[in-house]
Design a protein around this ligand. Structure first.
Ligand code: NAP
Length: 278
């Protein structure tokens, strides 16, 4: 039987929405945790877990070898690496170059498992550049020297709030409305469930694999936004907005759903009640 407390996990993207919960989950299980991100959170930063250590490495550092060497140092002695970085539209290379470097460094450091956070059915949406980069990331990880588990999650419970913060919905949000993606359904999952599944996957010891994981329920975006409005006592008026481009088509065609997968346990309503909502 594996002694869980003897294991060490490194988390790249340790200060992120998911990464910080991965760090807390692994820490709570008694694992030794090393967080990696571009900047080290201060001692009083709420994203910081008391039991973890942190180091600063930019996976897109200007020079290849020093970046891989810095990552390999951060991974030294780790049994598994969890990769939970994120890219904005301008730096999709985080998924390509960044992942290649993490993969190489993990191999160099003798890591036994690489766990990568990705998006459910992302390979069915590659006409959207963000998804194309993520799909390429998955292939890089699965072909690398360290056996990988790619965990492809459905949209998080926080996703509708994110949609409201970016064009074309942002303008309506600023006007005091509550825009949501019209004609779409989501199977949202709580980041605490995603973190749990990622930490579970660090114990995988079989061949490389990709798994889809989904939230407990499939619901209309309209229904979700009305639930959110009621939970917050908001008087803002919900308004359906057509999401343009390939990602809009991806959602309207339901390619974001994995109805055979309900690994997430915390429902959208429970998330709203937990006060963890945005
Ligand atoms: N939102 C959803 O519904 C959803 C659903 C399924 C999957 N996902 C995927 O989940 C992943 C994580 O998302 P998230 O929302 O947790 O991301 P996030 O909150 O933006 O966090 C990203 C993390 O990566 C770090 N990072 C970014 N660039 C870096 C670099 N060049 N070098 C080192 N560290 C870097 C950030 O820290 P610093 O900025 O300090 O470096 C931060 O710790 C993404 O790949 C996303 O596509 C999202």
């Amino acid at each position: 039987m594996t002694d869980e407390t003897a294991r060490t996990v490194a988390v790249v993207g340790a200060t992120g929405q998911v990464g910080q919960v991965v760090v807390r989950d692994a820490d709570a299980r008694g694992l030794a945790v090393r967080g990696v991100s571009r900047s080290v959170p201060a001692d009083d930063d709420p994203r910081r877990a008391a039991g973890a250590t942190y180091s600063a490495v930019d996976v897109l550092g200007a020079a290849q070898e020093p970046t891989v060497a810095a990552l390999a140092t951060a991974f030294e002695g780790a049994d598994a690496v969890v990769l939970a970085t994120n890219a904005t539209a301008g730096d999709l290379d985080v998924y390509r170059t960044g992942t290649r470097r993490v993969v190489e460094a993990a191999g160099r450091a003798g890591v036994r498992r690489l766990v990568v956070l990705s998006i459910a059915n992302v390979d069915q949406g590659t006409d959207y550049p963000y998804y194309a980069a993520h799909a390429e990331q998955n292939e890089i990880a699965l072909a690398g020297p360290v056996p990988a588990t790619v965990v492809r999650a459905t949209q998080f419970h926080t996703f509708l709030a994110y949609v409201r913060s970016v064009p074309p919905a942002r303008t309506l949000t600023r006007l005091g409305l509550l825009p949501y993606p019209r004609g779409t359904r989501f199977q949202t999952i709580d980041v605490r469930d995603v973190a749990r599944l990622l930490v579970d996957a660090t114990s995988d010891d079989g061949p490389a694999r990709a798994v889809d994981v989904g939230g407990p329920q499939v619901r209309d975006a309209k229904d979700l936004v009305h639930a959110e409005r009621a939970a917050r006592g908001s008087r803002r008026v919900p308004v359906g907005v057509r999401v343009p481009g390939p990602v809009g088509t991806f959602f309207r065609e339901g390619r974001n759903l994995v109805p055979d997968h309900h690994e997430g346990r915390i429902t959208f309503d429970e998330w709203l009640r937990s006060g963890d909502g945005v």
